[in-house]
Ligand binder design. Sequence first.
Ligand code: ADP
Ligand code: MG
Length: 204
Amino acid sequence: MSALLDQAFLRRLIEAVARTIIDHADELTALDSAIGDGDHGANMRRGFEAVLAELDTLAAKPLPEALKALGTQLVMKVGGASGPLYGTLFMSLGKSLPERLDREGVAQALDAAITAVKARGKAETGQKTMLDVLVPVQQALASGAGPAAVAARANEAADATVPMKATRGRASFLGDRSIGHMDPGARSSALIVGAVASCLGASS
Ligand code: ADP
Ligand code: MG
């Protein structure tokens, strides 16, 4: 994890996450068209295009400050339900990261960030949202899983939202008709985790 302190690595990490989301915007839109209002891809693309535009400034900051600034960009640019929630996730992660970036410290910081997302969205796991990916990812990290295993867990968890019935967010308006589709926010969370894990895997 010490590689995270390196500014060039931080730049690659932010860029990889942003490009992954932008490259999958159409897929996120299709998922949100099935059980929402079809804007998740466009929302996320707008947010991460703003992040890319600020890439040099963001990557020049120490990691906690970079995460807070990234979260602020997402709150300002993504919109919808997911903008404030992803914004809260990254800002809180920036605030909670310990100085020593070992796995335990990162897992604890992610736990604190997830608690903040739950409070912001008044949501829990099992409601077919991004939390259904973020929570198992945090648990995998806390139990010592490496980058590839954490990414695999994120994808499994996103798949596991397919049979769930949404009880939070716009998809909950559909009731039982939300069953049978992957939650768009769960997919975008898995994409973010996958991009981070690829960078960490390539660096270790
Ligand atoms: P909107 O629903 O306002 O159109 P988006 O389409 O950008 O916003 O984002 C939808 C995603 O946000 C959902 O797929 C879900 O994962 C997530 N989401 C919505 N409400 C909540 C909530 N209260 N807590 C956690 N995640 C939520
Ligand atoms: Mg939407």
